[in-house]
Design a protein around this ligand. Structure first.
Ligand code: FES
Length: 180
């Protein structure tokens, strides 16, 4: 009977609250504030370091260059701008392409960089090599498809080409796929 009475009384006692000491309060408060400030400083730094890695690279991007109707069988030189993102550094490169369409109407674009030592080639610039690309530096010359005929050991590179809404778009430079 007395046991039941004690149990009954105990169940009606208010729960004992553990008081937080001043020291504990200060520790929790300062700890929380420090963690908050550390996150505020660290997270932007982590984002700064990682963001360029996560960003989509410019590879595969195409640049609108010229209307399809302007392309002839004769190679023509066109210049265009390519925006490049290297980490946090954004730059603009001025590029040149020699564009023509072949007898079947297929449009392709050649890089003007000589495959010997990197000088710039021109079309029909040397009377000794009519209807060819010629490099003034050491005399390399190429057919209109970019096939090397002397000095250079490889054909001229080409740009990836995309035709959309009657415009020629150029992409990244790739090894020549026209010359067999
Ligand atoms: S760089 Fe063109 S021939 Fe040498």
């Amino acid at each position: 009977m007395s046991n039941q009475h004690e149990e009954h009384e105990a169940s009606h006692k208010p729960p004992i609250r553990k008081e937080m000491s001043r020291r504990q309060f200060l520790t929790y408060t300062l700890g929380g504030a420090t963690a908050f400030m550390a996150a505020g400083v660290t997270l932007p730094m982590v984002r700064f370091a990682v963001d360029p890695i996560l960003q989509k690279k410019g590879e595969g991007a195409f640049v609108k260059v010229v209307e399809v109707s302007k392309i002839t069988n004769e190679p023509q030189e066109f210049t265009f701008e390519l925006k490049q993102q290297d980490g946090w550094y954004l730059s603009t490169a001025n590029l040149t392409a020699w564009i023509r369409k072949d007898e079947s109407g297929k449009i392709y674009a050649l890089s003007p960089i000589c495959k010997h030592l990197g000088c710039t080639i021109g079309w029909n610039t040397n009377a000794n090599f009519p209807d060819q690309y010629h490099c003034p530096c050491h005399g390399a010359h190429y057919t209109k498809e970019g096939k090397q005929l002397a000095v250079a050991s490889k054909p001229l590179d080409e740009y990836k080409v995309m035709i959309k809404d009657d415009w020629v778009y150029l992409g990244e430079i790739i090894p020549n796929t026209i010359v067999k």
